[in-house]
Write a protein that binds this ligand. Structure first.
Ligand SMILES: [Zn+2]
Length: 261
């Protein structure tokens, strides 16, 4: 049975194409918001998501912070999402921002990539990009999962931030270049690729730092954002640099029930 991450990827692939065809384009923020909400709706015990309040979103270095694993063994990813254009490029992938956090020590304008990587280092997370996609010419050269080619799974992919150092990603070769990199995988792979142990040995995404603290425990359903942040010893003045969501996904096998989305 397809997992929620797989269903959401397939849907992103289709809705991106439909948005273009019907001239009702769906943006990166729309996919981020709806996809994360759907993870929560369809398997609330498997995905825990905190949305950071609106007033502090404008200072973000990333769209979400994602813990994947199980209590005692979490891999931490700091994620910046990008949406493909009809020509195959990622328009805002080299985004520069006029705000530069003081801890970064770089005067503005600063590359979003530098903020992402700097914050990830502070957090002990791996900086990654999530790509929301549809691409007519997609095929085997873009597929680096150990499973059989499943084009719809390229709807949501993850890649280490180093991919964004490649030139030419805003143009028509963007999808092609990002997905020619063998480290770029369908996002389901970090949680539930059937051959995860094979990939663990070879792919950068599986070398994400393990969180030194355990963000969830038996009482996970009751945890608040404030409690969560307290576990990281957060100072109030640092909160403006948080991503807008914190997503915690567990692969505990007993947590398998999912409702349709
Ligand atoms: Zn895989």
């Amino acid at each position: 049975m397809a997992t929620t991450l797989e269903k959401v990827a397939e849907r992103t692939w289709k809705r991106t194409a439909l948005g273009w065809q019907l001239k009702c384009r769906q943006g990166e923020e729309t996919f981020t918001d709806t996809n994360l909400l759907d993870l929560l709706i369809s398997s609330p015990r498997k995905h825990k998501i905190f949305k950071i309040p609106k007033p502090i979103e404008k200072h973000l270095g990333a769209d979400w912070l994602w813990y994947v694993g199980r209590p005692g063994a979490w891999r931490a990813y700091l994620v910046q999402a990008k949406k493909v254009e009809p020509d195959g490029g990622y328009k805002s992938v080299y985004h520069k921002q006029s705000f530069s956090p003081s801890w970064l020590g770089i005067s503005p304008p600063v590359r979003q990539l530098d903020v992402l990587e700097g914050f990830a280092r502070r957090f002990g997370a791996m900086p990654v990009y999530a790509y929301f996609n549809h691409y007519k010419a997609a095929g085997l050269p873009h597929w680096h999962c150990c499973q059989t080619l499943d084009i719809g799974q390229l709807g949501c992919t993850l890649s280490p931030s180093s991919t964004v150092k490649l030139p030419g990603l805003t143009g028509k070769d963007g999808f092609n270049k990002v997905h020619a990199v063998s480290e770029t995988l369908p996002w389901r792979c970090i949680q539930n690729c059937p051959n995860i142990n094979v990939q663990t040995q070879s792919k950068a995404l599986f070398r994400a730092p393990e969180a030194s603290i355990i963000p969830l425990d038996e009482d996970a359903d009751e945890i608040s954002l404030e409690d969560f942040l307290r576990r990281f010893d957060f100072q109030m003045e640092e909160i403006p640099f948080l991503p807008k969501y914190v997503v915690i996904s567990t692969d505990e096998s007993e947590v398998d029930e999912e409702t349709s989305i």
